[in-house]
Design a protein around this ligand. Structure first.
Ligand SMILES: Nc1ncnc2c1ncn2[C@@H]1O[C@H](COP(=O)(O)OP(=O)(O)OP(=O)(O)O)[C@@H](O)[C@H]1O
Length: 219
């Protein structure tokens, strides 16, 4: 499936945040979005999900326009920057509720076995994030939006999540944004830079210096 978002114009009061943004994500690929703080990355993901209504937007799936918010079609899942699982919910209950196989999760993350009956708030911040990323990625949605999945994760968890992305992209389109740009570059098949309200498809890493996202000499 090919998911496209086009011609976005987003304002908060009189301030224009996004101006004619285009972005494409497709099954089989991880699409990374990089950009400075406050450039509108989270807003863009929210618009794709359908939670934020801009002045203009066009969403197409396999070239066909979709007019209602995508979450209403059940085809998109979104990992926001903030925790989305209630802190009082038990780990086991989360997996039941979101219809994700806990046994498969425990094969990859066996250290959580002892915490099956723990409430989310009893896990560390990074452990909560691992659970949320895993549940989000393994939902039935065909388009997955991940806002800063790598922040707060220790290196071993980062590696496991990167491995999961490569496995799950075979049947999903995944869009990911994070300030840990090296992880985004490692994981992504396509990279967009969001700056000054619009997106630029990045063909080679050096361009990130040319567009002044990274310091000259980084690569
Ligand atoms: N609900 C809102 N009302 C007013 N302004 C907002 C709102 N949400 C976001 N903004 C502004 O829109 C701009 C883009 O915010 P957004 O969170 O999308 O950026 P971001 O690229 O995800 O930032 P960061 O990398 O720091 O998380 C910022 O200037 C922010 O202050």
């Amino acid at each position: 499936m090919i998911f496209e978002i086009d011609n976005i114009e987003l304002y908060f009061a009189d301030k224009q945040i996004l101006n004619g943004v285009y972005l494409k994500a497709e099954t089989g690929k991880v699409t990374g979005i990089l950009g400075p703080n406050g450039c509108g990355k989270s807003s863009l993901l929210n618009i794709f999900f359908g939670r934020l209504q801009p002045r203009h937007k066009l969403i197409r799936i396999d070239k066909k326009p979709y007019l209602k918010p995508l979450f209403k079609y059940g085809m998109v899942n979104y990992l926001p920057q903030q925790n989305f699982i209630p802190p009082k919910m038990k780990l086991e209950t989360c997996f039941q509720l979101f219809k994700v196989d806990l046994r498969e999760f425990l094969k990859i993350f066996p250290e959580f076995k002892a915490a099956k009956n723990n409430k989310m708030r009893e896990l560390s911040g990074g452990q909560q994030r691992v659970v949320e990323i895993y549940i989000c990625l393994n939902s039935r949605a065909k388009l997955i939006l991940l806002d800063e999945p790598f922040s707060h994760l220790s290196p071993l968890y980062v590696e496991k999540i990167k491995h999961l992305l490569q496995k799950l992209k075979k049947k999903k389109a995944i869009i990911i944004t994070d300030h840990m740009y090296r992880h985004i570059l490692d994981s992504s098949d396509e990279i967009y830079l969001l700056k000054n309200g619009s997106t630029q498809l990045i063909k080679e890493e050096k361009a990130l210096e040319d567009y002044q996202y990274l310091r000259v000499g980084t690569f």
